[in-house]
Design a protein around this ligand. Structure first.
Ligand code: FAD
Ligand code: UDP
Length: 385
């Protein structure tokens, strides 16, 4: 196959990984990003005053069951062991998350063993009349019961999503486990860790290839597609079409940064379950790198609200209304030759980093195979609906 010239819109994980794979196959890759840094939403940088490594767009913990993805990231960064242990403040006390035996015993003032706690939740708390939970609230009532739901999930979810848990799908809560032992690891994946010098350093290495050029502070415009053999677009799907059908709904985040001399909260992530507290959580960034020593500390209070034009899109809302609009944009995208829509914004899905990398590797492989056999190149490699 003759060398091609390809454009990656976005220097996040999607653009970097696809770009790297195509460059390694001998092609010329141009990566561009409107921001003044690479890394997309995984971007990390050192705070100039304290030297603390900041997760600029919110806390990012790498966790996966995918051995190939784990090997992939370990080629580009040294991963330090890191377990995400989240606490929550609710009703004037600090509890352990995800809901585990410690949380249950503390909350109900008991000293139950695992089987006793399981029997207690199933027979005295869970609403077993709900057979097939559809909403977030039904899922919570069915599996943990009203008391734990109202303390830990109801207020937090209203703050996070700006709507009642009765309107949200059960799938959002299914991301969190319920444990009848003292395991307080937030994730249950086989591999978990933190790149020693941050995600941006890792992504800089992914982009460090003679076939790749990176251009920052440059907005993509559709005319550029003419200059390339194919475009991989990891920006917002509706943005590609200048929002001509309307805007896909997103939640955005505001981070209120503050510094503290010493240890502010003793852990990386403290959630706030009470609705009366306006923020969802506080992250204390130095605890994401426990192998480093810093006296001073940098924390972010995190507030969630609906994204307006100009805000950074964080969480796709994906309610019925958004899915109907999404279907219309998908049809437009499928009628746009020469462009593949990738990543969390290009496909309007919440994607963890490991899934983003898995999909990026698959896109690059699929693309190279299609090119080699002169097969058509799809607009989407993973169905966004
Ligand atoms: P992005 O990182 O969003 O990159 C897209 C890039 O495209 C951006 O840099 C943007 O500036 C650029 N761009 C957009 N439009 C244009 C344009 N028109 N012209 C030029 N450039 C453009 N995952 C985990 O695995 N673990 C976690 O703990 C975790 N925590 C998260 C916490 C939060 C608050 C959020 C929102 C996400 C979290 N994630 C986490 C998910 C993670 O952020 C994503 O998997 C990852 O960022 C996806 O990479 P991407 O390249 O697809 O998108
Ligand atoms: N959640 C909650 N209380 C918490 C943590 C999470 O109610 O203390 C809910 C919230 O609705 C969130 C969902 O559980 O969106 C999934 O949790 P996860 O930690 O995966 O949150 P996200 O990645 O959405 O921030």
């Amino acid at each position: 196959m003759a060398a091609g010239k390809f454009l990656m819109v976005g220097a996040g994980l999607s653009g970097a990984v696809i770009g790297r794979q195509l460059a390694e196959a001998g092609h010329q890759v141009q990566v561009l990003d409107s921001r003044d840094h690479i890394g997309g939403n995984c971007h990390t940088r050192r705070d100039p005053e304290t030297g603390v490594l900041l997760h600029v767009y919110g806390p990012h913990i790498f966790h996966t069951d995918d051995a190939e993805v784990w090997d992939y990231v370990n080629q580009f960064a040294r991963f330090m062991p890191y377990k995400n242990r989240v606490k929550t403040t609710a009703r004037g006390q600090v509890f352990s998350l995800p809901v585990n035996l410690h949380t249950i015993n503390q909350f109900f003032g008991k000293t139950m063993r695992p089987d006793e706690a399981q029997a207690f939740i199933t027979t005295e708390q869970a609403d077993t009349s709900i057979e097939d939970p559809q909403s977030f609230e039904e899922q919570a009532l069915r599996f943990v019961g009203r008391d734990l739901y109202e303390a830990f999930f109801k207020g937090y979810t209203v703050k996070q999503w700006g709507m009642s848990p009765t309107q949200l799908p059960a799938s959002i809560l299914k991301r969190l486990p319920l444990r009848f032992n003292y395991d307080d690891n937030y994730f249950f994946h086989k591999y978990q860790g933190m790149p020693e010098q941050g995600y941006s350093e890792m992504i800089t290495r992914i982009l460090d290839h003679p076939g790749i050029s990176v251009m920052l502070e440059t907005d993509f415009s559709r005319e550029q597609t003419r200059d390339y053999d194919h475009v991989f677009y990891s920006g917002p799907l509706d943005g590609y079409f200048d929002y001509e059908l309307g805007r896909l709904g997103y939640r955005t985040l505001d981070f209120e940064k503050f510094t503290y001399e010493g240890d502010y909260q003793g852990c990386a992530v403290m959630n706030y379950g009470d609705l009366a507290v306006p923020y969802t959580r506080i992250t204390e960034h130095k605890h994401f790198a426990p192998w480093e020593r810093h006296e001073a500390s940098v924390c972010y209070r995190e507030f969630s609200r609906n994204a307006e034009p100009g805000d950074i899109p964080y969480y796709p809302i994906r309610q019925l209304e958004e899915k109907a609009l999404l279907a219309e944009y998908v049809a437009l995208a499928e009628a746009t030759p020469g462009v593949s829509f990738v990543g969390r914004l290009g496909t309007y899905r919440y994607l963890d980093m490991d899934v983003t990398i898995r999909e990026a590797l698959d896109v690059a492989r699929g693309f190279l195979a299609a090119k080699a056999s002169a097969a058509p190149i799809p607009a989407f490699w993973s169905a966004p609906l």
